[in-house]
Design a protein around this ligand. Structure first.
Ligand SMILES: [Ca+2]
Length: 577
């Protein structure tokens, strides 16, 4: 994942340099065009009004049109009762030794891995072997696969197949017979062959049970609806309230636009061309607005981000998310033979964040504040124009929690320094600059890097799965949702390969949104890329009734601030139970 990201972002950065000199004239196949302005401010203004980095943006008081609240017919009917048609009392059970043995699998009746039931147990030594069961399932839906089993090395992964295709894996944590299971897996109706085999250490299977899953608990998707910034603007609260309402019921589609090209990007035009829909969320990056890049000749990154964000939200009713590949200040970049434009990687920099934050490196502190202030210039303009932003700074700070390898400099001085930097940025943007259009999205990827509930609105994880792995990525979701001490929205804040929305809805992995990164994950040979996600899966996702595309969003500018109150006043619009 790290290497993939690395290659991609370096490429983008280099491209951005070229693109700033001559805009991508080859990219003319798009059918995108801006809608007409229907709210305060037009995207066309942005070129004139955006601040350049040498001057400070002057705040403007742009009045907001009066709003009559409406749900725009957005359907809030819960899906929770519909997600599994499996009769609650359904149960299939078999002794392991009664399964069909494949390869070198065999039956034993010795007690060397604990007391077994029945006549013995199945031994499945390697991934080339299997034990299989013929099962007839009453409906398509959610099942728990429960294996009473053991393995030689606790923590070993076992694979489950259905009709020879990979279905899921589960971990076996017992070296004597005990219950281990894969929960809430989606399987179709009818006769199936369910197979089990080990991915590493041998499987000893005493018995297998397949049951209807427990219904998903809807309270898991009831989140704290108050933004951490008490001065958040109404349009920001409206967007967040919509996202809270949609959470657990829908997955909001998202896509990063390279070089802040907005809908001009091939990523957007190809999705539109193939599916007649735009994603609902546009991802942008303030990388080229980092002062150390501007000092090296990069220009226009911030202005382009502002223009794209204004157009997307004000003219097209889209949702904007922004990250910032923060190129470290000049004294710290270009290390270890790296180029200046690689200045966001740990290994390309020698910044010691701890020394900056404890006062040993005052110059460094001043430079970090300079950089945050430079970014604030752009965010202020979007605040003035009433454009709310899913603001995702300092992303992936913890690297991969399994390897503890922070690959971006803002994480490489450890969790404490990272959290302090997060709070410094929060304070600077929120309290000093009084920027009130930000919904704070944290995806530090490591729970130790979580700065605290009072600084974060949404938690996320950037998931770069193997090509063709459309599983729900439940592990990442469950891991991330435990970062806050209260329920907060959980999002897949970046992704390569997409996931099957049926699998995710079904097993309770209800990512609020996804945001596919640009480049090879979306575009290959100037067409929609099938390298990671097949055309069929792209189409399934963009046509899925629980995946929201741009045209399916309610009007964000007039979405109720308080849905409960709105429904009390408009009882005819209440969702059907
Ligand atoms: Ca048995």
């Amino acid at each position: 994942m790290n290497m993939k990201l690395r290659r991609l972002i370096c490429g983008c950065a280099a491209l951005a340099m070229l693109a700033s000199a001559a805009s991508c004239s080859s990219d003319k196949d798009n059918t995108a065009s801006s809608g007409s302005a229907n709210a305060s401010g037009s995207a066309a203004d942005s070129a004139e009004s955006a601040a350049d980095t040498s001057g400070e943006y002057q705040r403007q008081d742009i009045p907001l049109d009066p709003v009559t609240e409406t749900l725009s017919g957005f359907d809030l009917t819960p899906v929770l009762g519909e997600d599994s048609a499996v009769p609650e009392d359904f149960e299939f059970s078999s002794q392991g030794e009664d399964g069909s043995l494949k390869g070198s699998a065999s039956v034993m009746d010795k007690n060397f891995v604990g007391e077994f039931e029945g006549e013995g147990f199945a031994v499945v030594p390697t991934e080339n072997d299997a034990v299989e069961f013929e099962v007839e399932l009453p409906a398509e839906g959610s099942y728990d696969i429960i294996a009473v089993c053991a393995t030689d090395s606790a923590g070993a992964n076992m694979a489950v197949t259905v009709d020879g295709e990979a279905l899921t894996t589960f971990q076996v944590n017992t070296t004597e017979f005990g219950e281990n299971k894969a929960e809430k897996v989606l399987v179709g109706e009818g006769k199936h062959t369910i197979g089990l085999y080990p991915q590493s250490s041998s499987l000893y299977l005493d018995s297998l049970t397949i049951k209807a899953s427990e219904k998903i608990d809807p309270s898991a998707f009831e989140v704290n609806r108050t933004l951490c910034n008490p001065n958040a603007t109404d349009e920001t609260k409206r967007l967040y309230n919509f996202m809270c309402d949609a959470y657990g019921k829908y997955i909001i589609s998202g896509q990063y636009s390279p070089d802040n090209n907005g809908t001009e990007a091939r990523e957007f035009s190809q999705i539109l061309k193939n599916f007649d829909e735009y994603p609902a969320i546009m991802g942008l990056d303030l990388i080229e607005a980092s002062p150390s890049r501007v000092a090296n000749g990069s220009s226009g990154g911030g202005e382009k981000a502002v223009a794209a964000a204004k157009d997307w939200y004000l003219n097209q009713n889209g949702i904007v998310t922004m990250c910032w590949h923060w190129n470290a200040p000049e004294p710290y970049i270009g290390k270890n033979g790296a180029s200046w434009w690689e200045g966001f990687y740990s290994e390309s920099t020698d910044i010691n964040l701890s020394k900056i934050l404890n006062g040993e490196d005052q110059e460094g502190y001043d430079l970090l504040i300079r950089d945050i202030d430079a970014i604030a210039n752009y965010l202020k303009e979007l605040d003035d124009y009433h454009v709310p932003i899913l603001w995702r700074p300092l992303h992936e700070g913890g690297g991969d929690p399994k390897w503890n390898n922070p690959w971006f400099w803002w994480g490489s001085s450890g969790a404490e320094a990272y959290k302090e930097l997060w709070k410094l940025m929060y304070d600077r943007l929120t309290n000093y600059h009084e920027i009130n259009n930000l919904i704070w999205v944290w995806n530090g990827q490591n729970l130790d890097y979580y700065p605290g509930d009072e600084y974060v609105d949404i938690v996320g994880y950037d998931v770069y799965a193997d090509a063709g792995d459309y599983s729900s990525k439940k592990w990442y979701y469950d891991y991330t949702k435990d970062a806050p001490s209260e329920n907060k929205i959980v999002a897949m804040t970046e992704n390569g390969t997409l996931f099957d929305p049926d699998a995710a809805m079904n097993d309770g992995t209800r990512w609020s949104y996804f945001a596919t990164w640009n480049g090879e994950f979306t575009i290959k040979d100037m067409q929609l890329s099938e390298e990671y996600t097949s055309f069929d899966m792209w189409e399934k996702i963009y046509k899925h009734d629980r995946v929201l595309t741009l045209s399916e969003l309610p009007d964000l500018k007039s979405y109720p601030l308080d849905t409960q109150k709105y429904l009390e006043e408009h009882p005819d619009e209440a969702p059907k139970e």
